[in-house]
Every structure is written in C-alpha cells, then in structure tokens.
Unconditional design. Structure first.
Length: 280
C-alpha cells in the first residue's frame, strides 16, 4: 500500500511544476502587454500636452509684441511734446506710437514742451514666458505737464498763466502789463495798416473784424489786451496784419501771439507790389 502511494506522488509533483511554469508564462505575457499599454498611454499624454502648450503659447502672444520689439503709445497732457529716450528723440510730437526693444530693464522718457517744465517718466516691464521665450511687456507712457509753471518765460510769472483778460478788471493780468514792441514798415511807405484777431478757440477768444492802426512806418510799445486771452491759450491765437496802399496789391502777414509774447516783439516789413490792373 505504501509503495502504491509513493508511485503516484511523482506524476502529481510533475503536474504541479508544469502548472507553475505555465502560470509564470501567462503572467509574463500579461506584464509585457501591460508595459506596452503604459508606454503607449505615456506617448499620447506627452503628445496631447505638447499640442496644448503650443496652442496656449500661440494664443497668449499679445498684439504688438514680437520676440524682438514691442509697440507702445507715448502721450502727454497737453499734447505736442517732444520725447527723448536713451539720448535719442523717439517722438517729435505727442501722441505717437514707438517700438521698444524686448530686452527688459527700465526706460526713462523725457518730455519736453515749450513753456512747461521738462518732465520725466520711468517705465518698467513685466516678464512672461511665451513659446519658451522670455517676453518683457512695457506699459504705455503718459505724462502730465505742470500747467501753472512755465520754464524760461521772459514775460509771464509762474502762476499767472491762466489769468484771463476781462472787461471787469482791466490791466489786472500780466499779459496786459507786458510790453510788446510793435514795428511795421513798408516799401513804399505810406501803407495803411490794419490788424485783426484770428482765434482757433472762439469759445474763449473771439475773432475780430479789421481795425485800422496807422500808416507805415509804425513803431510803438503796447500790450495784448485781447478779451479772453491767457498765456496758456495764446498759442491758439493769431494776429493778422494787413498793409494796403492805392495802386498796390494788399500784403498780409500773420503772427502767433504766444511767440510774440515770448519774444516781446511783433514786427514785419512789407514789400508792396504794384497792381497792374489798377486804373486811376
């Protein structure tokens, strides 16, 4: 009986070994399949992420910004200022748009305008990454001049730039107390001189009709007592001088009031030309 049991145990052990080998083989195949799936899944994840990052980077590029330069706006109040940056004129008259290098670092802008104190604005960029590149974004630049202070002004004291000429208080403004040298002559002499005000701001200073002054030669010191006039708005006012003489064609010249105030002079010489169509 013992001999019979021992003889059957050998085949049984062999079967167990075969089953284990078979199980190990099946598990190995499943591991290979699982590894392949993991690699395939990783590939799709990387590809999808790369496409998404590329799309987001493309969409995040702001208008006016490239890898080398960026376009910004430079402006001032009042407008018409010259702007200097890094020793070079970047804007001849505000407002304007300029290109700045995309290299980071602060930029100092100097604003210059006749009759106002020179001002300065310093801008610093913000950094961002676009398409794996560092992009520096600069803000627009805006400068407000001090309207009450005038630099290198030979006639108007600081603080009186907005004082207006009125009927109620004649002679109360610095403009009315400023002495302007008027000097006009012609060839031939004896021309009749007329003058009038031309205003681009008629809500403040009215246009006037021609007023006879005198005949050439004419030289006198007088002030601008134009109603509504201030030093600040004088750049928008023009004085028109017309000289007429019988037998000659009329001659007209125009003078900016701000320039005349700063130079303390308004003068001109009129070379009269004979009128061939004139009949005595």
């Amino acid at each position: 009986m013992k001999q019979y049991e021992n003889s059957n145990s050998v085949p049984e052990s062999g079967n167990r070994l075969k089953n284990r080998v078979k199980l190990i083989s099946i598990m190995g195949k499943r591991m290979k399949s699982l590894a392949f799936l993991v690699v395939l899944w990783s590939f799709f994840v990387v590809a999808f992420t790369s496409c998404r990052v590329s799309r987001v980077s493309t969409q995040s590029t702001s208008p006016g910004i490239s890898m080398e330069t960026q376009t910004i706006t430079v402006n001032s109040e009042p407008t018409g200022a010259k702007v200097v940056a890094n020793g070079s004129v970047v804007c001849t008259s505000t407002p304007c748009t300029i290109k700045v290098p995309n290299q980071g670092g602060k930029i100092e802008f100097v604003f210059i305008k006749d009759g106002y104190v020179t001002g300065q604005e310093v801008v610093k960029p913000t950094a961002s990454i676009v398409k794996r590149h560092m992009i520096w974004t600069y803000p627009d630049v805006f400068h407000v001049f001090d309207k009450q202070t005038y630099a290198n002004d030979p006639t108007i004291r600081a603080g009186e730039g907005t004082n207006m000429v009125t009927r109620d208080q004649p002679g109360a403004t610095a403009l009315e107390r400023s002495i302007i040298h008027w000097n006009f002559d012609s060839e031939p002499r004896g021309g009749r001189i007329f003058w009038r005000v031309i205003s681009s701001i008629p809500d403040q200073v009215k246009n006037t009709n021609e007023t006879y002054l005198t005949s050439t030669p004419y030289e006198e010191t007088r002030a601008f007592n134009i109603l509504g006039l201030t030093y600040e708005n004088s750049r928008d006012i023009t004085i028109e001088i017309k000289v007429t003489k019988t037998g000659y064609m009329d001659q007209v010249k125009r003078y900016n009031v701000r320039q005349a105030i700063d130079q303390q002079e308004i003068s001109g010489f009129f070379e009269l030309v004979k009128d061939d169509n004139y009949k005595q």
